[in-house]
Design a protein around this ligand. Sequence first.
Ligand code: BGC
Length: 343
Amino acid sequence: MKYRLAYWVCLMLLLAASGCTSASQSSMQPKPIVIVVIGKSVNPYWSNVEKGVEAADKQLGVETVMFVPANEDVAAQIQTMETYIAQGVTGIAIAPSDPQALERVMKKAAAAGIIVTTLDTPSVEGSVSKVYIGTDNYDAGKIAGETLARLLPNGGKVGIGRGSDTALNALQRTEGFLTAIAGTRIRPLPPVNDQADAAVALQTASSVISANPDLAGAFGVYAYNGPAWATAIKEAKAVGRIKVVCFDTTTDTINGIKEGVIDATVAQREFDMGYKSVQIIKLMVEKGVQPALDEMAAVNNIITTGVDVVTAANLREYEAALDARGIPHEWTTRGWTPPLARP
Ligand code: BGC
């Protein structure tokens, strides 16, 4: 992806101690607000977060930098935090791949006077993070489980693919999902961790399908998991027999819905996560932490961005809602005939 290289180049320049954002500020000018957003793994999902960050950058007049490691990579997240602590940036919003491991460096940033927040995946209890902005992952996992339970009234075996065994969003989604299907005749297989590597996700999806010829359903916890299941199901000629519920609305997932391989996806509002993460740090600088939390209607230091369940039946409506809010998306339903309208 085009931005990944830019991030690494930027990071290297920073490591060379030159600074990528504000090196040329004259001492007479007020210090610019510099906000760093650290994601989890290169994926169109994080490109959407970045679009929100860019929109806030332009509209709110702050400087932003975004860094996303190739895959789930705790060491790269820690190293990036250290780099920007040394730079003395204003704020850092991070999606911690391992909240325990990241807390030490998050504390270090806070002690250096940097505003630390989290997005997409929460921090540990009692963290220095001033606010979490993102999905209520337990609830969203429950919604996914309830949706799959409706698709599988007779139950059956279900495979689960996810990209982390430490990130709280993956753990909470799985927990919500398992809670929703408890008491049904759905039998979950143990979740498989692919470390956010789409190629590994495809291999594991294919192995689960061949090891379980009676597989009835699949749950994709992260953005690339739905498309991985969809490809494996098409290769196994099991379209329609294995029901798929997943997360997010990247182009591959929408294509899966259009083709009738993916039954439903829980769409997060990642553009808003990026935008609001920048917005709240700016507000905290200008008005103070509590007034900023109040103005943005945080409850218990959480701003829940919400989800939408997208299926072939409401895909057009969902697209229209995104368009009405000016939220960019690369896919389109133009030229696509929804299944109900098919002859
Ligand atoms: C998750 C992110 C993750 C992404 C990976 C999303 O569903 O919220 O944490 O990095 O999927 O593709």
